[in-house]
Design a protein around this ligand. Structure first.
Ligand code: DC
Length: 224
């Protein structure tokens, strides 16, 4: 089990992790752990069951027996099911990201999800995407990346994505959302968002997706 390689990619909301992880995992032929999706699913489940986002005991019990599955789609991508319902779209909204960030501040929730996340470590390798992959979940990962970008740049990217989907949002509101989420994720007591001491930080503000992928793959090759 310990010989299976893990590449951790941590960073704040909108730093481009999702896209980079997808490309890099495809290139390496490795599995993906989207840990943010797990926290988002807990947030959706909590809303469904009317559990407050700071009720650690009930949230932890919910996370412990979370009936969630990721089903790979034929054309690529995954469908996310919670208790048999397709929540793939529901977990991708800005509101859900914000709710996930609140849910994720609870100690019991993080503890409940720890083993579940480690179970994604399957041969031939895993690319783990999140906030605490390199610091808490996979501290022994052979390569660790921390992706950053300015809040403005991250909000601009999100603005473009949401506009393409036809959603009506303002850039100013997105910048505020991102700054609020960063503050909560970085300042919480449990597993705060931060680069592992042995992580390589890549600022993606002025880089294209291809340039970031090339840099990440170079790190992997160098460490192998
Ligand atoms: O990566 P994301 O935007 O899908 O994550 C949603 C929220 O979940 C994020 O704001 C903080 C939380 N999260 C976390 O605390 N730890 C992780 N490993 C991944 C996400």
């Amino acid at each position: 089990m310990h010989n299976i390689p893990v590449l951790t990619i941590d960073g704040p909301a909108g730093s481009g992790k999702g896209t980079i992880v997808e490309h890099v995992a495809k290139e390496l032929g490795w599995h993906i752990l989207d840990s943010g999706a797990l926290y988002r699913i807990v947030a959706v489940a909590a809303e469904k069951k009317n559990i407050a986002f700071d009720d650690d005991d009930r949230l932890a019990a919910l996370a412990e027996k979370l009936d969630a599955v990721f089903l790979p789609c034929k054309g690529g991508g995954v469908e996310v099911h919670l208790e048999g319902d397709d929540v793939s779209e529901a977990i991708r909204t800005e509101d859900c990201g914000c709710a996930a960030s609140k849910v994720a501040a609870n100690k019991g929730v993080r503890k409940a999800l720890l083993e579940r996340q480690r179970n994604y470590l399957l041969s031939p390798g895993l690319v783990a995407d999140g906030r605490d992959m390199g610091t808490v979940v996979f501290p022994n990962a052979f390569a660790k990346i921390f992706l950053t970008a300015s809040a403005e740049e991250r909000a601009k990217r999100r603005f473009k994505q949401l506009n393409e989907k036809g959603l009506n949002v303002t850039l100013a509101a997105l910048i505020l959302d991102i700054q609020e989420r960063d503050l909560r994720d970085m300042n919480r007591a449990e597993a705060p968002l931060k680069a592992a001491d042995d992580a390589i930080t890549i600022d993606t503000s002025d880089l294209s997706i291809d340039e970031v992928i090339t840099k990440v793959l170079a790190v992997v090759r160098e460490k192998k």
